[in-house]
Design a protein around this ligand. Structure first.
Ligand SMILES: NC(=O)NCCC[C@H](N)C(=O)O
Length: 303
């Protein structure tokens, strides 16, 4: 397989789509690893497996409509495998396996059939101390944008998934790219105060546009750098509630086609106004686990 990923929006040809088969039911609060899941476990509103399976199936249908080759993880019994994005990521022709949260480390085994198709010299393992998840990594032309958390209390945050060692490791692997880190706001207990990954508060869409949540960034200068990169007229600013519902976590099939949640009315209107076709899907149940469409997809090939 000839991997090729340089941004978020070039025409998609092949992708891994997560699965909600056998997620293992409602976890104990102590076993959950994000505040939004905890909120729903406590409220008795944690999503049902059947509903999540149907939501993911609607994404598969859209991808097939656009002739995208869709790979699925093999099902590991009683294990959450919805968020394929985080377990590995592709930059150029390199497939980099993530040093993910230990609670999620079995997920990668389930895509060995995909990895078998990649030349082994293009599969890269990072040093053990380089924590990283694909939701924090966004190639954008000559840049690699990376969500991170550099506070001295990093180890206290189960919601901090990408560290400075990973930022440095990416700089070594891609010496010609500019690796730009963004310090993200973290909370283990309040989903509205938590930018779990960079894709939970920012994403490129279309040719030259981006969705962004200012308060997700700990350093205003870093937020402003991103706004300047795209130009303020090209930025769609989202509110705290919209961030919580995961507006920045839509998924592009092409510069002019985006898969979005059917209730994201303000965003979907803006996308359409900018000549982007919006493929609406139901994804509000999966959103309860603090991930959405970008999180459940791992792109392998774009044009
Ligand atoms: N890229 C993403 O933001 N992925 C979402 C992962 C959600 C999952 N509940 C987690 O905490 O790992």
């Amino acid at each position: 397989m000839d991997l090729n990923i340089n941004n978020e929006t070039a025409r998609l040809r092949a992708v891994v789509l997560g699965t909600a088969e056998s997620t293992g039911g409602i976890p104990e609060v102590s076993k959950a690893y994000d505040p939004k899941s905890i909120e729903h476990i406590k409220a008795g509103t944690y999503p049902k497996e059947e509903d999540m399976i149907n939501e993911i199936a609607s994404v598969a249908t859209v991808l097939e409509k656009y002739d995208v080759k869709v790979y699925r993880p093999k099902v590991i019994e009683n294990y959450n495998q919805i968020f394929a994005r985080d377990i590995a990521f592709v930059i150029e022709d390199k497939f980099i396996t993530a040093n993910i949260l230990p609670d999620r480390e079995q997920e990668i085994q389930a895509i060995s059939h995909v990895m078998d198709q990649i030349p082994s010299n293009n599969i890269i393992e990072l040093p053990e101390n380089a924590h990283i998840e694909g939701g924090d990594v966004m190639p954008f032309g000559d840049y690699i944008l990376v969500g991170t958390y550099t506070g001295h209390d990093y180890k206290d945050y189960i919601t901090a998934r990408t560290n400075v060692h990973a930022v440095n490791a990416l700089r070594e692997i891609f010496p010609r790219k500019q690796v730009v880190p963004f310090n993200l706001k973290k909370s283990n207990t309040e989903a509205r105060e938590n930018a779990l990954h960079l894709d939970c508060c920012f994403q490129q869409v279309g040719k030259d546009k981006a969705i962004i949540y200012k308060e997700g960034f700990l350093d205003e200068k870093e937020y402003k750098w991103l706004v300047n990169l795209f130009g303020s007229k090209n930025i769609f600013e989202i509110t705290q509630d919209e961030m919580y519902h995961m507006y920045s976590n839509v998924f592009s099939i092409a510069e002019d086609v985006v898969i979005s949640e059917r209730n994201f009315s303000r965003l979907n209107k803006w996308l359409r106004k900018n000549n982007i076709t919006v493929e609406e899907v139901p994804y509000a149940e999966i959103a309860k686990q603090e991930g959405l469409l970008r999180c459940s997809t791992l792109p392998l090939i774009r044009d």
